[in-house]
Design a protein around this ligand. Structure first.
Ligand code: EPU
Length: 336
């Protein structure tokens, strides 16, 4: 069923009150194939929406929003060492993380509490606390929105990068992901290197952590510094962490000796949060659009901000960071 002029407020974590000219929910491949025969699908601009936790609606959407609801978590195969799990694109990501940790399957614990749905996870190769989706990914199934053909993409075909994949580039809007297949381990390799993960575990008296402890520690860290979208509208990190050349980095370190950095291949990644923080923008507000008080990379909606308000604030931040550091910040959030 296609509904007309639907508020998107319940469907985006920024809680922006924009409307969609047309809105439909997709619970199966069959639903999608039926939709593809309709005039609205064929004639209107389209946008595929998962949990709406990485999207900023900057205005009313003039076409068709396709909200993904495809359910299901199923074991495709397993042995003593690993489990191959196929998950419907509409499964809430964190429900999936709980499901796997509860069964002792490792791989997703560092990715605890990331908002959004499973089908969106490969699009931006979600990552947190030293792990990216890429590392557990086997394949995904996606429907070609032109031909209706179901295609399987393996890891190589997805061309994963830092918050990046082919679905953000050459294939943007061309395929609809219906299911994602992951490889999880029964013999765990823990990732404790990132940030203060080790300290948090230690402070809780955990000396020999398992995946459950890591999941809880990540939840604790995230809750302490990231605003809960159910309370304050936001879409996580608004910008990507910029990657610069060694030369650029050396020059910047001369003028800014304390600048934090992480290796990124033969380049250097700088935390965008630090750049924004240095500009004194933490807590800054333009009307109801604000920079979160506890984390400079998170833009928040204090109530009645429009998408345009958030964008204006983002532009102000980009201009200040460019002026001060000569670095252009790129949005991590999809602007629609
Ligand atoms: N920092 C500041 N000021 C702040 C916050 C952070 O200076 O207000 C500096 C600190 O030096 C800190 C560094 O920035 O050590 C990094 O901060 P943090 O560990 O919070 O990570 P991040 O780089 O800001 C990235 C991801 C997050 C992910 C965390 C943890 C991106 C764009 N963001 O944030 O992902 O949860 O690492 O792994 O890569 C998201 O994508 O929506 C997201 C929340």
């Amino acid at each position: 069923m296609i509904r007309e002029w639907v508020s998107l407020k319940p469907h985006n974590s920024f809680r922006i009150d924009a409307n969609a000219a047309f809105f439909t929910e997709i619970s199966s491949t069959a639903d999608l194939l039926r939709l593809m025969d309709t005039a609205i699908f064929l004639e209107q601009p389209r946008y595929i929406l998962g949990g709406g936790s990485n999207t900023l609606f900057t205005q009313d959407f003039p076409g068709l929003i396709m909200k993904i609801r495809i359910p299901g978590i199923r074991v495709l195969s397993e042995n003593d060492r690993e489990v191959i799990l196929q998950t419907g694109a509409g499964v809430n990501w964190d429900d999936l993380v709980h499901h796997t940790i509860d069964r002792g399957w490792g791989g997703l614990e560092n990715l605890s509490m990331i908002p959004g749905e499973t089908g969106a996870a490969p699009i931006q190769n979600i990552g947190a606390y030293g792990v990216e989706l890429d590392s557990v990914f086997v394949s995904l199934d996606a429907l070609d929105l032109k031909t209706g053909e179901l295609t399987r993409f393996d890891r190589e075909m997805c061309r994963f990068g830092y918050r990046d994949s082919i679905f953000k580039r050459d294939l943007k809007g061309k395929f609809l992901i219906t299911a994602v297949t992951l490889r999880l381990s029964k013999q765990h390799r823990l990732h404790l290197e990132y940030g203060n993960l080790k300290e948090v575990l230690k402070a809780d008296g955990i000396t020999d952590p398992d995946i459950r402890h890591i999941g809880s520690a990540v939840r604790k860290i995230r809750s302490s510094k990231l605003p809960d979208p159910a309370v304050t509208g936001n879409a996580g990190s608004f910008f990507k962490n910029p990657v610069i050349t060694q030369d650029q980095f050396l020059k910047l370190s001369e003028t800014h000796p304390g600048i934090p950095s992480y290796p990124a291949g033969n380049q250097i990644k700088i935390p965008a949060a630090w750049l924004i923080d240095q500009c004194g923008l933490k807590g800054k507000r333009l009307g109801d659009a604000g920079v979160h008080e506890r984390h400079a990379l998170i833009l928040v909606n204090h109530g009645k901000a429009t998408g345009r308000d958030i964008l204006d604030l983002a532009d102000t931040i980009r201009a200040e960071v460019l002026d001060r550091f000569g670095i252009t910040l790129e949005p991590e959030v999809n602007l629609v």
